[in-house]
Design a protein around this ligand. Structure first.
Ligand code: SF4
Ligand SMILES: [Zn+2]
Length: 313
């Protein structure tokens, strides 16, 4: 592990490194897209994903850039359902829905409780509805929302990393015990879970990034998650750019993401996905990038090993 910086990287410092937020409209989602994803049943499903505009997450994690598309205040009751209706007009039909809200769906200051019923009703044609939440907001309210849904609720939780020193420096306000308890609680109530795992958070070199991503997958499956999504860490939120300048952070390579996927899929303990968003920034070779991207896409969809790409890089 590289030397740790002497400065206290608390929420105040992390916020002080930020640039401006993007302008957002509380009645419009800030993004939406369709994708395909392997589902727990083993088939490839059509997914609609909506990036909901809402109040900024109260945690200020060191690696997070989701604050960029958020409001400072809680948005009005009815705004989230309006955003969903807007997105459904644009999206193709799908069986699975992902509602990403740049924070915790079950944070009442993010998604007003009064909107749950309408959100559930707008989601009634979907077999599966995935939302994300910090462990601090996981409790009875999840079960209440689950009961309102026609389909299955799936919860995505940021495990980030099991590296003890790095996890504490991420300012996440979550322990591994919190994660384990939340997954156990959801599992005992029939709600499936997926873990978000960071590939090469700050303070780790490339080899350590690989090792700790694999250890984090092991831990997540041991806790009982059904799926792991591996997210290569990107700079651009201010704090990480500052750490990169001081050599405490470097973005991982696509090669390492491939190694983590090979490891996770070989385990056959559950689904393992590589986050392919903005993937080209992790490659330095124009000759093999498209083949590597296709390889990762195939591994995501088939959950099987795909022959490695040969390239002189
Ligand atoms: S809990 Fe999630 S959304 Fe909130 S700051 Fe941390 S990473 Fe970002
Ligand atoms: Zn190459």
């Amino acid at each position: 592990m590289s030397k740790l910086p002497g400065i206290q990287m608390d929420g105040r410092w992390i916020r002080s490194m930020r640039g401006e937020k993007s302008p957002v409209d509380p009645y419009l989602p800030y993004g939406w897209f369709n994708e395909q994803e392997r589902s727990l049943g083993g088939e490839v499903s059509d997914v609609s994903a909506i990036l909901l505009t809402n109040r900024e997450c109260p945690f200020n994690c060191l690696m997070c850039d989701l604050w960029k598309h958020t409001t400072d205040e809680t948005i009005p009751v009815g705004a989230i359902p309006a955003q969903m209706e807007f997105a459904f007009e644009k999206l193709s039909p799908a069986t699975h829905l992902k509602l990403f809200n740049s924070g915790s769906f079950f944070d009442p200051k993010a998604i007003p409780l009064e909107d749950y019923k309408q959100i559930a009703s707008l989601s009634s044609t979907f077999e599966n509805v995935l939302v994300e939440s910090h462990t601090a907001f996981i409790g009875e309210q999840c079960l209440e929302f689950d009961r309102m849904l026609n389909g299955q609720l799936e919860m995505a939780i940021g495990l980030e990393t099991v590296h003890p020193e790095v996890l504490s420096r991420l300012n996440k306000g979550m322990s591994l015990e919190n994660f384990k308890k939340s997954v156990g609680f959801l599992q005992s109530n029939g709600i499936s879970t997926r873990a978000f795992i960071l590939l090469r958070p700050p303070f780790l070199d490339e080899a350590e990034g690989l090792e700790w991503a694999c250890l984090s997958i092991d831990f997540a499956f041991a806790c009982g998650v059904d799926a792991c999504s591996v997210i290569p860490v990107r700079s651009g939120n201010g704090a990480l750019d500052k750490l990169a300048l001081d050599a405490y952070f470097q973005e991982p390579s696509i090669h390492t993401l491939e190694r983590v996927m090979e490891y996770g899929i070989r385990l056959q303990k559950g689904l393992v996905f590589a986050d392919l968003w903005d993937l080209d920034r992790f490659s330095t070779c124009e000759q093999c990038f498209e083949s590597r991207k296709e390889r990762l896409k195939q591994m995501n969809l088939t959950q099987e090993h795909v022959k490695p790409v040969e390239c002189s890089c």
